[in-house]
Design a protein around this ligand. Structure first.
Ligand SMILES: Cc1cc2nc3c(=O)[nH]c(=O)nc-3n(C[C@H](O)[C@H](O)[C@H](O)COP(=O)(O)OP(=O)(O)OC[C@H]3O[C@@H](n4cnc5c(N)ncnc54)[C@H](O)[C@@H]3O)c2cc1C
Length: 499
């Protein structure tokens, strides 16, 4: 057992998209700070950020029906859609900065333009979609959105979904060309390659087992080296817990009061992947449907063209499910060991409240392939079982906490938890996830380094022109941002690799 020790300015735990983004932002703001990354697996972006573990949707609320809810007066509330769109514009600006500064050479390596569509069936949902379209299409953030309930037009947009579709039910769709497919796994790897070139020490096969405050105000991490079984001690002034599903346990170990009374609820995922290139070639969009009654928002079904490994693919899902693991590579004891005296009541309350959800998730796990095919046939009426394989997706851990609405409330968003002195922060939750990595990491920076924000603001604004400003209130800025980001997307389109 060795006793290797190092001391650094910043330690990032986990090599997913969140640590990659925070590390890149910090290196641009303060190039001389020393950053060390510890990742328990052998490479970067292997858990939720991996391209096969998430849906790769650049969530800009262009197609996700759950971001626009129908109010009791029949109108459609688009405030959440606006917030998510603005957050995505922040990511797009930062990625454009990376491309324009040659920190990432080719946007095609991680992003591709792809129409985003919403698709509904039945009179009630068609009426809802029409209202949603009316509310969004007049908003400059959603410029270019089209609506159609004409089967001929729909045949042009989604031929694979329209072929052999019975004509006895009303159907409708919206389509917007400015959507994206993002390969978050590739982006994560590109960012870590860039960080390595900048002198960041990225240590794989290193699992952070524990962390504690030292008497001189630093954080000391106990790190297990899986290459030789040794235990190392590393200290830092600032620690970011970017362990994805592994973050909750580490936050609990840190002992900070802000991390108390919080629990985690794991939701697993499954995709169906098309293995028939002829079928794959007949679809070109991300098409989001409506969640089934009782289904959690993260299991809204969608049929997605994806660009992975320089190839066009077609995925359907995700089907939600239940597993007590907090990471795909996690342990069956993750859920039970996350129950502590301080969150026991919160967890019990959540357990009692969420029996129907747990039942739904367990039923989903038990679904046969044929039952899953039936759900797919709502999208592709003539889908053949032999053309589709099952793929285990990433694990999400939803936050459970006490809120104004009661004890043990399940949250579906992401949450930044930080200590009062700003020396440690953790990211919990998973949705809208990787798409909002840049604005969420800017929140970490603002919370943990308030003393530097004034000095850093000009550089942040150089990278993200809309930083700190509402795009919606600044039509000229929307135009500027759209021009900037569409140039990046156009660059990505120029190289015709996908077939
Ligand atoms: C099925 C599914 C579909 C999704 N679809 C989308 C989508 O379409 N669009 C979107 O924007 N987002 C989507 N998301 C969410 C998105 O994938 C996540 O929000 C994002 O990848 C989380 O990144 P992360 O860096 O926090 O975590 P991760 O990518 O999980 O990375 C955490 C890393 O920390 C490491 N780690 C954990 N514990 C330790 C430890 N103790 N010591 C050292 N290392 C540790 C892990 O090995 C891992 O590499 C989806 C997620 C799932 C599961």
């Amino acid at each position: 057992m060795s006793n290797r020790q190092t001391s650094t300015d910043v330690i990032l735990i986990g090599a997913g998209i969140m640590s990659a983004t925070l590390g890149t932002l910090l290196k641009e703001l303060v190039p001389d700070w020393e950053i060390t990354v510890f990742e328990k697996l052998a490479t970067a972006g292997e858990e939720s950020s991996n391209e096969w573990n998430n849906a790769g949707t650049g969530h800009a609320a262009l197609c996700e029906l759950n971001y626009t809810v129908e109010k009791s007066d029949g109108s459609v509330d688009i405030s959440k859609a606006i917030k998510i769109n603005e957050q995505f514009q922040v990511s797009m600006q930062f990625w454009s900065y990376l491309v324009n500064s040659s920190l990432i050479r080719n946007p095609r390596d991680f992003i591709a333009p792809l129409p985003h569509m919403s698709f509904v069936q039945g009179e009630k949902d068609v009426t809802f979609l029409k209202k949603r379209f009316k509310a969004l299409s007049i908003n400059p953030l959603f410029k270019g959105m089209e609506f159609s309930d004409d089967p001929k037009r729909l045949m042009e947009w989604i031929p694979l979904m329209m072929k052999d579709r019975p004509s006895n039910e009303p159907i409708a769709a919206t389509r917007i060309e400015s959507g994206t497919d993002v390969n978050f796994g590739a982006l994560t790897r590109l960012l870590f390659e860039h960080l390595q070139r900048q002198g960041v020490s990225i240590q794989y096969n290193r699992s952070v087992d524990n962390l504690k405050r030292t008497s001189d105000g630093l954080w000391e991490l106990k790190v297990r080296n899986a290459d030789n079984g040794s235990i190392e001690r590393h200290t830092a002034k600032f620690v970011f817990i970017g362990g994805g599903g592994g973050s909750l346990h580490l936050l609990q170990k840190s002992g900070i009061p802000e991390g108390k009374h919080i629990g985690g609820f794991p939701v697993s995922g499954l995709f169906m992947v098309c293995n028939n290139p002829e079928v794959v070639a007949r679809h070109h969009a991300k098409v989001y449907g409506k969640a089934k009654v009782g289904a959690p928002p993260m299991s809204v079904p969608h049929l997605d063209t994806r660009f992975i490994d320089n190839k066009k693919s077609l995925l359907f899902g995700p089907f939600a499910g239940f597993s007590p693991k907090f990471l795909k590579s996690g342990s069956m004891f993750d859920l039970i060991t996350s129950v502590k005296p301080d969150n026991l009541v919160t967890m019990l309350a959540a357990g009692a409240k969420n029996i129907p959800l747990t039942k739904y998730l367990i039923q989903q796990v038990m679904l046969s392939k044929e039952k899953r095919m039936e759900e797919l046939r709502e999208f592709i009426p003539d889908a053949k079982s032999e053309d589709w394989d099952l793929l285990v997706a990433g694990q999400r851990v939803q936050v459970i906490k006490d809120t104004d609405t009661g004890k043990g409330t399940l949250q579906f968003g992401t949450e930044v938890i930080s200590s009062a002195d700003g020396s440690i922060a953790a990211l919990l939750g998973a949705s809208p996830g990787a798409s909002t990595a840049v604005s969420v990491m800017l929140e970490v920076i603002a919370r943990c380094f308030p003393q530097y924000m004034e000095a850093w603001e000009p550089k942040i604004k150089e990278m993200i022109p809309s930083y700190g400003v509402s795009l919606l209130q600044n039509p000229a800025l929307i135009q500027e941002v759209h021009t900037l980001t569409s140039q990046t997307l156009a660059l990505s389109e120029k190289v015709p690799v996908y077939n």
